[in-house]
Write a protein that binds this ligand. Structure first.
Ligand code: SF4
Length: 317
């Protein structure tokens, strides 16, 4: 897969387009200038596409957080139906866009994914809402990775989101290529250590599924696999889990290291464990030995290169 094939949806104002209620934008430099070099954005502004115009009266969610209404702040106009009609139409189009992720604008009553202010009948806000369009998107495409631009300032969340985007793309490519039983087994094999860095229970569950390949029709197997796979990657990878994976990988070639090399590698893994260096440091040394000793099984592990190195995501986790 090439990164150029990645297509991500995005709340249009994050690209710097002046579509906000006040005629402004919320350009996000990481998304436009860094991630934008690797993906093709599919911009969506639910409120403009619902015909509400720019500038427009500010809106908020009111009522039951599970089923809120979108109402203008001063004049009290209810735009819920307009947003629902827009969402139905646009999601149908997006189903054919082969998206690998979506970056939503936080706090928006249309685009926010979590903790969006929702006001009760007394005008008191709670933080349990989801923007109307974001909710419809999540319902229609439950496996597509989504994130809010605000959370992407956290290096761990950023790395996790982009990793999931690339993983989802690979899984979609597997589906699109026909997903033979053999291809699903291979897919599982090359993701082994990445899965372990997220969730050992999911990894074992996926292993059991793959061990029963002959009992499933290939397409059903790949579908079930994809659902569990994306659930696994949504579990946060931690330093402790990464350290465990690094030791597993070391086990594949440690007998070929002399005492000094082994001590050096264990030292950098230990430094990473204590928070003295980022993940990229032990990984770089491990990759060096994997190349040097030509350890094929490890060399093809997605864990070593889950996203373009130019994004430098593992320099910060
Ligand atoms: S948050 Fe969503 S609805 Fe609001 S301006 Fe941005 S894209 Fe449009």
């Amino acid at each position: 897969m090439t990164a150029a094939t990645l297509r991500l949806g995005i709340s249009r104002c994050l690209l710097g387009e002046e579509v906000r209620f006040d005629g402004g934008h919320k350009r996000d430099a990481f998304l436009t200038d860094v991630l934008g070099r690797y993906v093709e954005w599919v911009p969506v502004c639910p409120e403009v596409e619902a015909g509400l115009g720019t500038p427009r009266e500010a809106m908020r969610l009111i009522g039951n957080p599970q089923q809120p209404r979108l109402v203008t702040l001063k004049s009290g106009q209810d735009h819920t139906r307009a947003l629902e009609v827009m969402a139905d139409r646009r999601l149908e189009e997006l189903a054919g866009a082969d998206l690998s992720g979506f970056v939503f604008k936080k706090d928006s009553p249309s685009c926010g994914v979590e903790r969006v202010r929702t006001y009760n009948e007394h005008g008191m806000p709670g933080r349990k809402g989801v923007g109307l369009f974001a909710r419809a998107f999540l319902g229609r495409f439950p496996l597509i990775p989504v994130e809010e631009e605000g959370r992407l300032n956290d290096p761990l969340l950023r790395e996790n989101f982009i990793e999931r985007v690339f993983c989802y793309r690979r899984w979609r490519d597997l589906m699109n290529s026909g997903a033979t039983r053999q291809a699903v087994v291979r897919f599982h094999t090359i993701h082994k250590y990445l899965l372990l860095a997220h969730s050992a229970p999911h990894y074992r569950q996926l292993g059991r599924l793959v061990a029963q390949v002959s009992e499933y029709r290939p397409k059903d197997l790949a579908l079930q696999y994809g659902e569990l796979f994306m659930q696994a990657l949504a579990v946060r990878a931690t330093v402790r889990k990464h350290v465990n994976v690094l030791h597993h990988i070391l086990g594949h070639f440690k007998e070929r290291l002399d005492a000094q090399e082994k001590a050096e590698l264990l030292g950098v893994i230990g430094d990473y464990h204590q928070g003295l260096t980022p993940l990229i440091v032990p990984l770089t040394l491990i990759k060096h030995y994997v190349q040097l000793f030509d350890v094929e099984y490890i060399r093809e592990q997605v864990y070593l290169n889950p996203h373009p190195k130019e994004l430098m995501l593992r320099n910060h986790v």
